[in-house]
Write a protein that binds this ligand. Sequence first.
Ligand code: COA
Length: 164
Amino acid sequence: MTAIRHFQPQDWASLWPLLRSTFATGDTYAYAPDAPEAAIHAAWVEQPLATYVACADDGTLLGSYTLKPNQPGLGGHVCNCGYVVAPAARGRGLASAMCEHSQAEARRLGFRAMQFNLVVSTNEGAVRLWQKLGFRIVGTLPGAFQHQRHGDVDAYVMFKPLKG
Ligand SMILES: CC(C)(COP(=O)(O)OP(=O)(O)OC[C@H]1O[C@@H](n2cnc3c(N)ncnc32)[C@H](O)[C@@H]1OP(=O)(O)O)[C@@H](O)C(=O)NCCC(=O)NCCS
């Protein structure tokens, strides 16, 4: 069983190594691969409207996601989320569960749509996963991501309206 709950400050000791190793490979997120801890704490915990963690029964942190408005003011009804799952916990539906959870939370908070701004085209598993969950590729940003192994690659904007 996995429980998804709000982030608490004591989660950071487990969350930071997961985020650091995820971003260090430079193939899924735009954060600098060597971004300092304070910058990632600001981006993942301080700036979002809410941050969540997914934990195993024994409390082990397995994943996390953030939720925030994608734009201020008149674009503020569309939210944006980012997800990470620990390598050892991948392929078991955790990202799917967190994405479903995030859509429910977003609706509860009054958002009417969800947008992913920079889904790296070579992150094929993630692209397929979001499509399976109802997100559509609404645009391709040519060469918009500096992939650390493949060079500049396309990135997708993905969008899903959130119904009632
Ligand atoms: C992308 C990520 C969040 C998926 O997490 P996950 O818990 O393994 O995903 P799930 O188990 O819910 O879903 C797996 C499904 O997604 C697809 N998938 C996800 N990652 C995949 C991969 N590396 N290779 C192939 N397929 C993959 C599969 O289609 C699979 O579908 P299935 O259930 O029909 O087999 C995880 O691999 C991760 O944290 N990656 C690094 C960070 C990242 O890329 N975040 C997303 C940025 S847009």
